[in-house]
Design a protein around this ligand. Structure first.
Ligand code: SF4
Length: 370
């Protein structure tokens, strides 16, 4: 099995925290679908397994594309791969793109899941993040999607924003829960150097929150969503029963994927490749890539990293089978102190981090690395 990722690297406005590959101009967005189809044709042999199980349109802002263009890309995938097992097709959308007209077109496509970049319901926090929508627009977007029959909606929330914890965060969590969506992703704000917030932090005009605030807000997010019936199944992800994100879950299980578009990454088991064409080159049909071949130790580290971030954790039998008994033993020994402190628990062949301790996952993962 494999998955497809389509990157649409255009945004109307650049968010102050964003470090993704994207450009802040939208003039050429409608020119990209045929080029993406061209790249898909040229690169389809990258995948060893041609049975696709999910398709994900990310960005940038895929909701800048007309739904008919989205469907055209899906049709190309159906032509080149076996898509009979595809049961999740997600499009990321910004709330301000979700209009009645857009939704009426979207429901005519094969897209069956929408991931909305809500980020916060506090309008001042949204302004700090340079988002284009306000809290009410986000609620209206969910209502429009629901009204049109979209049954699988995810919203993204950002916490750890200086000045917007406490009541502001509580209000955002309450309003997110009130939407009754199937899935919520909650990310801690990261201040990347080459972003607007990075610049403000360097000038002393923005102060990243301290560890104690991060811990308290992570605990508040975990409690609010799990009390509301969501399963905390990955460090940053919460789902109602039966609605875990299939596409992202496949990444975390090490399933191969083909990424298309400027900046998109691909993975074929032991090869990692990413498109380094600029948007201008890409639109001219010039596809350039960098790649690396993963050594066995890198492969193992990747398995440890992605699996320990999920509720299932790592399987020591799998590690013994695929990487050797010595690695399984080494990890068992390295895990001992974390097991004593309760940060890790052992169940049958699995070692896992209880969700309430997910915030410590980076430290545990590092300790278990080769
Ligand atoms: S819309 Fe998404 S990709 Fe575009 S600037 Fe904002 S966070 Fe980055």
């Amino acid at each position: 099995m494999a998955t497809l990722y389509i990157h649409i690297p255009f945004c109307r406005q650049i968010c102050s925290y964003c470090d993704f590959y994207r450009i802040g101009a939208v003039d050429n967005v409608s020119h990209i679908p045929p080029i993406l189809c061209q790249e898909m044709e040229q690169r389809s042999n990258y995948l060893v397994d041609r049975d696709i199980t999910s398709i994900y349109f990310g960005g940038g802002t895929p909701s800048l594309l007309h739904p008919a263009q989205i469907e055209m890309i899906i049709d190309k995938a159906r032509e080149l791969f076996n898509c009979s097992g595809v049961d999740e097709i997600t499009i990321e959308a910004n709330p301000d793109d979700i209009t009645e007209e857009y939704v009426s077109q979207l429901v005519k496509t094969s897209v069956n899941r929408v991931s909305l970049g809500v980020q916060s319901f506090d309008d001042d926090a949204l302004r700090l993040m340079n988002r284009r929508h306000d809290g009410r627009q986000a609620e209206r977007a969910v209502a429009l999607l629901r009204g049109a029959g979209i049954r699988n909606i995810s919203v993204d929330i950002i916490f750890g924003i200086d000045g917007y914890g406490g009541r502001a965060l509580d209000d955002t969590l309450r309003r997110a829960i009130a939407l009754d969506v199937e899935h919520i992703s909650a990310y801690h704000l990261t201040i990347e150097p080459n972003t607007r917030l990075g610049l403000l932090a360097r000038r002393g005009e923005y102060t990243p929150v301290g560890e104690d605030v991060s811990e308290a807000e992570f605990a508040a997010v975990h409690k609010a969503f799990t009390d509301a019936g969501y399963e905390h199944y990955e460090v940053s992800n919460f789902a109602k029963r039966g609605y875990r994100a299939k596409h992202n879950s496949a990444y975390w299980r090490g399933v191969e994927y083909l990424g298309l578009g400027p900046g998109a990454h691909s993975f074929s088991g032991d090869n990692r490749r990413w498109c380094i064409s600029t948007v201008k080159e890409y639109l001219a049909g010039i596809f350039r890539y960098d790649e690396e071949v993963l050594r066995a130790s890198e492969h193992l580290n990747e398995y440890v990293m992605t699996s320990l971030r999920t509720a299932e954790g790592i399987n020591l039998d799998h590690i013994a089978d695929c990487y050797g008994e010595a690695h399984s033993e080494r990890i068992r020994r390295a895990a001992a102190a974390w097991l004593d402190s309760g940060t890790l628990v052992s169940e049958k062949a699995y070692l896992r981090i209880p969700p309430e301790h997910f915030l410590l996952s980076d430290a545990v993962i590092e300790a278990l690395f080769v």
